[in-house]
Write a protein that binds this ligand. Structure first.
Ligand code: SF4
Length: 667
């Protein structure tokens, strides 16, 4: 195949009306959601700079951080494996699978697994692997690749998904999204319960504590890492942050950029396999650290792209991605690139070969919207230019020439001519004035020029008439006007949202945030908790509940169990902390603390005291209980998804309802 195929695929996408509507809806909502989410974080420009600096430091000292991380994770009880490439990663996994005689694998979303063609390799080896993220599950059943990093099934309508479920799962055709979500919940619950191995990706690996951090909204990430007897995590070696404090910084940026949330519904912090006295969790945890070209990329002109936290914001911001979608990003061999969009056009050639995927960098207008959206301030336009120039490796012999990545010879010649003129300020000024003069003579009364149809201009955009006066002169005037306007209309600075708030304010903030994410709140004195809880059980017809040691103290009149039981409809647990800035509950596992009690039932009731509230995520992560537990979960609202037509649906895999009993401090 050749670049013409790439163009043909782009034309095909542009002509697909359903795809166009789906892409417009997704990009618009994501962009608005992102802006709204960042409005609650006034210091985000500073956070973005810090995040960039932290990642730059990690990339510059990757070997050192990696070695410290491996030492710490091993000390925590993980079995750590290093894979130089995709083949080795698959081989390691198959060895683990053989050891456990595994036949069924429940998998949560992982971009590394897409990169190494994990599912295909497992199927070849006779192991069934089931994607458990709703969007990933849909594209897997369709036999497709995801078309977006965050919303894999963004290219499909509800009718297409309804038809798919009808044909492949034998359910009656429906266009009702909550019904489709309920079907997926039923089917996938069986997979979770019978899987031999749970496979997950890793969003961040924390060097100082050896923590694996995963963020998901549906709850599948929490289930695959806690229910099957063996957990295997696949992680790109660059996904490191030095400390839990840095993790708090990145968690303030990732969900806001990805889905417009202050925090994802589930932030899992995993430290070790199940300990002797833990109530639940897998007996064995493995970590496969995948290089697959990352170490080489670290020493290349594209190293900055290793700072990517896979939020997908650059895809939503990119005017080209918004028109063509992820499936149009194909290599010369016709294969769909695992990473699409602006970041994909850098990472896919860097990791998987410039010869095949170098052409993806042509799918950019270089407008800079991707860089503006990026929460870690990656200079994507600059990196795209480097890919276009074939600079994907430090070795000059490896650099492809422009012709090699699909630039026509005539264009290449024109660019060389432009380079010659642009290098001399005198020549440039003369050429600019001459061009402006000619275009004014050609189109004296119009703002836009008439251009022949074969040039491509005029199809969706006009070609502006060239200016006679130099850009600098015009820019100077515009800047003066803007400065003047800014001085006269400067808005007062917004107060910082985060930081320590006094006790009662903390509770007010916490309850406001809980209400905003659809959680039911009961703020009451301790002596009333048992009676109110009993009333709730009666109202809902609950006769049996899963509990932890705290929940057990308050449950009266009905049966309570401490072992994971998927048939139980409600769970009552304590919470170590509540985070006021996001309305999150922090739960830690341990003796008499089954984390599954807050995950498997349809309804979760959490009990905590006002004195257990903290203002920020950073304060919560600094608590020693977080580091010492084998696993912890930060829960921010009920399980949710927007994977079908971006329509919010509640209760995909985790609880559909959360009730918080907040015990008042004695006044
Ligand atoms: S490059 Fe930036 S915006 Fe794009 S996915 Fe990565 S972190 Fe997000």
């Amino acid at each position: 195949m050749n670049p013409r195929t790439f163009r043909a695929r782009i034309r095909q996408s542009l002509a697909d009306e359903t795809l166009q509507n789906a892409l417009d809806g997704n990009a618009q909502r994501r962009a608005v959601g992102r802006l709204q989410a960042f409005s609650s974080l006034p210091d985000h420009p500073e956070r973005r700079r810090r995040a960039h600096a932290v990642k730059a430091d990690v990339i510059a000292h990757l070997d050192e951080y990696l070695s410290r991380f491996i030492t710490q994770v091993t000390r925590n009880g993980f079995r750590v494996h290093r894979a130089a490439d995709a083949k080795e990663a698959i081989h390691i996994f198959l060895e683990i699978a053989r050891e456990h005689d595994a036949r069924l694998v429940a998998k949560s979303k992982s971009m590394v697994s897409e990169e190494i063609n994990f599912n295909h390799a497992l199927e070849q080896a006779g192991i069934q692997v089931v994607e458990t993220d709703l969007g990933e599950y849909i594209v897997q059943v369709r036999g497709e690749r995801p078309s977006h990093i965050i919303t894999p099934a963004v290219h499909l309508t509800r009718a297409q998904v309804g038809q798919l479920f009808h044909e492949k799962l034998g359910t009656p055709f429906t266009e009702d999204i909550p019904e489709m979500v309920a079907i997926a919940r039923r089917v996938l619950r069986q997979v979770f319960l019978s899987a031999d191995i749970g496979v997950s990706g890793v969003n961040f690996g924390v060097v100082e504590t050896g923590t694996l951090c995963l963020v998901t909204n549906e709850g599948n990430g929490r289930i695959v890492t806690s229910l099957p007897p063996v957990h295997v995590a696949l992680m790109g070696i660059e996904r490191l942050v030095p400390s839990l404090d840095d993790l708090a910084l990145f968690l303030s940026l990732l969900p806001r950029s990805a889905t417009g949330q202050k925090l994802s519904v589930y932030t899992s912090l995993i430290h070790s396999p199940k300990r002797f006295d833990d109530a639940d969790g897998p007996q064995e945890r493995h970590l496969i650290l995948v290089d697959n070209g990352r170490l080489a990329m670290r020493n290349s002109p594209l190293a900055e792209a290793l700072a990517c936290i896979r939020c997908g914001a650059c895809l939503n911001a990119c005017p080209v991605f918004r028109e063509i979608g992820g499936h149009a990003y194909i290599g010369r061999d016709g294969s769909i690139a695992p990473y699409p969009g602006p970041i994909g056009a850098v990472v896919s050639p860097a990791l998987l070969g410039c010869e095949n995927y170098g052409q993806l960098a042509q799918a950019s207008s270089l407008c800079g919207a991707c860089r503006e959206a990026c929460p870690v301030d990656i200079n994507l336009p600059d990196l795209l230019l480097r890919v276009r120039a074939g600079k994907v490796s430090e070795n000059p012999e490896d650099h492809n020439h422009a012709e090699g990545i699909g630039i026509p010879a005539l264009l290449s010649l024109g660019l060389k001519g432009f380079r010659l003129v642009a290098y001399s300020s005198l020549l440039f000024s003369i050429a600019q004035r001459l061009g402006g003069l000619l275009s004014h003579l050609y189109s004296p009364h119009k703002k836009y020029m008439r251009i022949p149809a074969w040039s491509g201009w005029g199809y969706s955009k006009d070609f502006p008439r060239l200016e006679i006066s130099p850009f600098r002169t015009r820019w100077g005037k515009i800047k003066q006007e803007v400065n003047h306007r800014d001085q006269t209309t400067r808005l007062p600075e917004k107060p910082m949202e985060t930081g320590s708030l006094p006790g009662p304010n903390l509770a007010a903030r916490f309850t406001d945030e809980l209400a905003a994410i659809g959680v039911n709140i009961y703020q009451l004195p301790e002596k009333e908790v048992k009676a109110r809880l009993a009333r709730l059980f009666q109202e809902r017809g609950i006769e049996r509940v899963a509990v932890d040691d705290i929940g057990e103290k308050y449950v009266t009149g009905i049966q309570s169990v401490r072992v994971p039981d998927p048939t139980i409809w409600a769970g009552v647990t304590g919470a170590l902390m509540g985070i006021a800035e996001s309305g999150s509950l922090v739960l830690v596992g341990g003796e008499a603390r089954p984390l599954t009690a807050s995950l498997l039932p349809d309804l979760h009731i959490a009990i905590l005291r006002e004195s257990d509230l903290v203002a920020t995520l950073a304060e919560a992560l600094a608590r020693p209980e977080i580091r010492s537990a084998s696993a912890a979960a930060i829960i921010t609202g009920p399980s949710r998804t927007g994977d079908i037509e971006m329509t919010l649906s509640i209760g995909v895999h985790g609880p559909k309802e959360i009730h918080v009993f907040l015990i008042e401090d004695p006044r």
